[in-house]
Write a protein that binds this ligand. Structure first.
Ligand SMILES: Nc1nc2c(ncn2[C@@H]2O[C@H](COP(=O)(O)OP(=O)(O)O)[C@@H](O)[C@H]2O)c(=O)[nH]1
Ligand SMILES: [Mg+2]
Length: 387
């Protein structure tokens, strides 16, 4: 410290050094800076303290942002119930609340004016012997992913869901533009509704260098992947590549984890004049998506929705049983392609550890067929594990 500083500076400096919280430090540093006479001899000290102040302010901003997002996250999170959680997304007035009302016993408000639903509203929808949770999200809008209002909260809700239903309003001007807007906001939030050609997973490690594991023919040379990671100052990691992947996909995976959400599109208000034509245009433009025409008003077309979303979710039901007992009434919900081994682990780790064999009914060759850990399960299989 320059010796020619007035004595109060010593006191203020001490106060700053002793401050604990970031906001206390900022306040004390401002006072200290303010007390320093400005001349040639104190220039460097002031510059240094100003840099420190800027850093503290940045840290405070960052902490505020994080607190803000956790507030948002808690407000827009809905506890999962039933076999899967499916979020209804759409622009305002597309009919999300009306659809929720006819598919579940929830009673959201339905009004003729925009942005009626401001918090997520859940309801339960039955499909055969299981319940799927439907959650109406507050309306999405162009620019939602950039922040502002509940945009990030809604997209967070979508990210956490098991599947999505996109609701399009066939009475509004351009249904294609509506769907594009929804897909665009989702993709800006790194949510895709189309299963990706390839997949990249990057797992950071403590040691061991960079390892590239590919389950198929690799489009990019391993040394380029390694070079990219080193450039990003990652020295130890396992990179798992599946399917058709370019170097750019690897770069993307470094920054964001893109998640795939099984999705169906509900083209609502098929009852209004001109809706049929718009539906045809929509179907042509998005032929790769599952589009179901419905009228929430007339309760038309909705009968198949539970089955279609169940199929899209790619989940299956497995009923466990004990020897000489009837199967459990409530199924275990598993992902398609799950094996007997996965089911054993899900019941209890000991069932997997002490597994001897299993008996299978349903997709079995004959009732009670004896099967091993690697057998892939089908929907509605009945399973008895012997340990
Ligand atoms: N004609 C027609 N109107 C509908 C249909 N579904 C919803 N609406 C109307 O559209 C408006 C907005 O519906 P709402 O369910 O609140 O939409 P949300 O903002 O997406 O939740 C209301 O006036 C509904 O009565 C439908 O299938 N046909
Ligand atoms: Mg609503």
């Amino acid at each position: 410290m320059p010796t020619n500083l007035p004595p109060e500076c010593t006191v203020l400096e001490k106060r700053y050094l002793e401050a604990r919280s970031t906001s206390e430090k900022i306040k004390a540093l401002q006072q200290y800076l303010g007390a320093i006479p400005k001349h040639k001899g104190t220039e460097r000290l002031c510059a240094r303290l100003k840099t420190r102040l800027a850093r503290l302010r940045l840290a405070e901003e960052e902490a505020k942002r994080r607190r803000g997002s956790s507030y948002l996250a808690s407000r827009y999170t809905v506890k999962k119930e039933g076999a899967a959680q499916v979020v209804l997304l759409g622009l305002t007035g597309s009919g999300k609340s009306s659809i929720l009302t006819i598919l579940t016993s929830a009673k959201p408000e339905i009004y003729g004016y925009p942005f009626t639903t401001t918090t997520p509203t859940p309801g339960m929808m039955a499909y055969e012997d299981i319940q799927l949770q439907l959650v109406e999200a507050p309306a999405l809008f162009a620019g939602a992913s950039e922040g502002g209002g509940w945009g990030p909260g809604v997209l967070g809700l979508a990210r956490n869901a098991d599947g999505l239903m996109l609701v399009i309003d066939l009475s509004a001007l351009d249904p294609c533009l509506q769907l594009e807007t929804l897909i665009d906001e989702l993709s800006k939030s790194h949510i895709t509704i189309v299963e990706q050609r390839g997949k990249v997973e990057i797992e950071r490690k403590e040691a061991g260098g960079i390892q590239v594991v590919s389950l198929s023919k690799l489009n990019v040379p391993v040394h380029e992947v390694k070079h990219l990671l080193r450039k990003m100052k990652i020295a130890n990691a396992v990179v798992r590549i599946r399917g058709d992947v370019e170097l750019d996909d690897v770069a993307q995976a470094l920054f964001h984890k893109t998640v795939y959400k099984p999705t169906i599109v509900l083209a609502n208000k098929i009852d209004v004049a001109g809706a049929e034509g718009k539906l045809r245009t929509l179907r042509t433009a998005f032929s790769h998506l599952t589009i179901i025409a419905v009228s929430a008003l007339l309760k038309q077309g909705v009968e198949n929705v539970p089955q279609r979303i169940f199929e899209a979710l790619k989940i299956l039901r497995v009923y466990t049983k004990r020897p000489r007992q009837p199967p459990a009434e409530k199924p275990m919900i598993m992902q398609e392609q799950s094996t007997i081994g996965d089911a054993a682990k899900m019941i209890h780790k000991d069932f997997y550890k002490d597994f001897k064999y299993a008996r299978l009914w349903g997709s079995s060759m004959y009732p009670g067929e004896r099967v091993g850990l690697n057998r892939v399960l089908q929907d509605k299989d009945v399973l008895e594990i012997r340990v």
